[in-house]
Design a binder for this molecule. Structure first.
Ligand SMILES: Cc1cc2nc3c(=O)[nH]c(=O)nc-3n(C[C@H](O)[C@H](O)[C@H](O)COP(=O)(O)OP(=O)(O)OC[C@H]3O[C@@H](n4cnc5c(N)ncnc54)[C@H](O)[C@@H]3O)c2cc1C
Length: 452
């Protein structure tokens, strides 16, 4: 049987982008499937990235543009894998292209529609600290830079779907402002989801991670001023909702004291997460440093169990954070509660053995990294195994770390387990080299073995 020299990459974060580019540059066709309306993944949300404090947009956007324009890459955003059959060298995959309700061939990406849309919903890209319109691109550098209509929130679609006596509330107005104002006549209410069927020889899974929701840690208080690391990245980002001015959510005040909590959920079997999330020590150090650069005369405390900074240049980065005035407190936080205008963070300083209480205007939790929502279903669809935490299992943890448990399906990035950007990129390239090696063989024997 001939090997089909085309590959499916699932997930358009930095790992999937790297895998897609390396395979495409090797001369083979790639279908890159991303479930959200743009590629970029989590890295696109950050203010700056450790250890070099690069602006992620500066180093990621060129790669995002490349995957959007590469002649060997078919980019399917707002799409998801539905079904897989076949075997290594010859898989049949069915991909659901969700309805965008916008004709991307006609749309010029001028932005009139998303600027004028009256319906506002929490922005996923801004991790809920700002709103987006119901017709939207997720962020300014999105690829593709053409919008989709969020059918769950669009007023006109809700108007059409309203059934008197069955749907709650009043029938929403017709709206259709986007349609009236679109100079390219690109709004297409008739557009439906469609299934695309493709044959591929290999699959790279790079579906990334999601953070544990804060509500799983009730002892850390449900308070608007207790936020997670991604929300704080959006606050710090010059491209964020407040153009990099850090303001606490409850009243918009610039916080003078911020407490950062490591291992919020991670290394905590009681909350079902025994693993270390590997990047929190570093990103909390980065955030404390950036916060102190942004707000002069401010105070940053970091509670930690122990610091784990094993990458190149990482220990030096941590030392710099300490030298620049961030106070490290060795201990686990037991409780966070509100006391008037302030939050109180209680823990035990395990070096002195004393109970400590630190007051804060804002608390940032380094929440555990978990497999991306839907990873379990994805594993079932692909017929590959996951570990106890739901990360995809490698064929052999030491000598086959990029192979999944099914031949022809490879793993890259945080879909396999928590890791930083350099390791995710390295795995993206590694998975690509596995695919290129497979495609260097032209045929397969009936036993499924490739021959040169
Ligand atoms: C707050 C915070 C700050 C950080 N800062 C740094 C830093 O400064 N430096 C650093 O080195 N690392 C940092 N990291 C780690 C960094 O985020 C990860 O290493 C990196 O994002 C991993 O990339 P990825 O492609 O594996 O996953 P992701 O970035 O999660 O991308 C996965 C992509 O797959 C898509 N996807 C998911 N499921 C599906 C599906 N079923 N079908 C199609 N697409 C799907 C997602 O929408 C997403 O676009 C930070 C992490 C956090 C939480």
């Amino acid at each position: 049987m001939e090997v089909i020299k085309k590959v499916l990459v699932i997930g358009g974060g930095v790992a999937g982008i790297q895998a897609a580019l390396d395979i495409a540059d090797g001369g083979y066709q790639v279908i890159l499937v991303e479930k959200t309306p743009s590629v970029g993944g989590h890295m696109a949300q950050y203010a700056e990235v450790f250890p070099t404090l690069d602006c992620p947009q500066c180093i990621l956007t060129p790669k995002m543009v490349d995957v959007g324009q590469h002649s060997n890459i078919t980019l399917l955003t707002y799409a998801e894998l539905q079904k897989v059959s076949g075997e290594v060298g010859n898989f049949t995959v069915e991909i659901l292209q969700k309805a965008r309700k916008v004709n991307h061939k006609k749309c010029t990406g001028c932005g009139t529609c998303w600027q004028k849309c009256p319906e506002k919903v929490p922005s996923e890209y801004d991790a809920g600290i700002a709103d987006r319109a119901a017709i939207y691109i997720p962020f300014a550098q999105a690829v593709p830079a053409k919008p989709v209509i969020d059918t769950e929130h669009c007023r006109y679609i809700k108007h059409l779907e309203f059934v008197e006596g069955e749907t709650e509330g009043k029938r929403p107005p017709q709206c259709r402002i986007c349609e009236r104002l679109c100079p390219a006549e690109a709004i297409d209410w008739e557009q439906e989801a469609q299934t695309i069927t493709e044959q591929v020889g290999a699959i790279v899974v790079a579906t990334g991670f999601d953070l544990m929701p804060i509500k799983r840690l009730p002892e850390y208080a449900e308070d608007p001023d207790v936020i997670d690391g991604i929300q704080f990245e959006r606050m710090l980002s010059p491209g964020g909702p407040n153009a990099g001015v850090v303001r606490r959510p409850s009243d918009g005040k610039i916080p003078g004291e911020v407490v950062f909590v490591s291992c919020a959920g991670s290394r905590d079997p009681e909350h079902g997460v025994p693993h270390c999330s590997r990047v929190c020590c570093m990103y909390l150090a980065k955030q404390a440093m950036l916060y102190k650069h942004a707000v002069h005369d401010s105070q940053a405390h970091i509670f930690y169990i122990d610091t784990r900074t094993t990458g190149k240049g990482y220990e030096e980065f941590l030392q710099r954070t300490m030298t620049e005035g961030t106070v490290y407190l060795r201990g686990k936080v037991s409780r966070i509660y509100r006391d008037g205008d302030k939050l109180k963070v209680m823990g035990v300083d395990t070096l002195s053995g004393k109970q400590v209480e630190v007051s804060a205007d804002l608390v940032v939790l380094g929440m555990a990294m978990l497999p991306s929502v839907g990873a379990k279903d994805m594993a079932a669809r692909l017929g590959i195994a996951t570990d106890e935490q739901g990360f995809f299992t490698e064929s052999h943890i030491k000598i086959d770390p990029l192979e999944s448990t099914r031949p022809g399906i490879y793993l890259a990035g945080t879909a396999q387990g928590p890791k930083d950007i350099p390791d995710s990129v390295a795995q993206g390239s590694g998975a690509a080299s596995k695919v290129l090696g497979l495609f260097a063989r032209s045929e397969m024997t009936p036993e499924g073995l490739t021959v040169g």
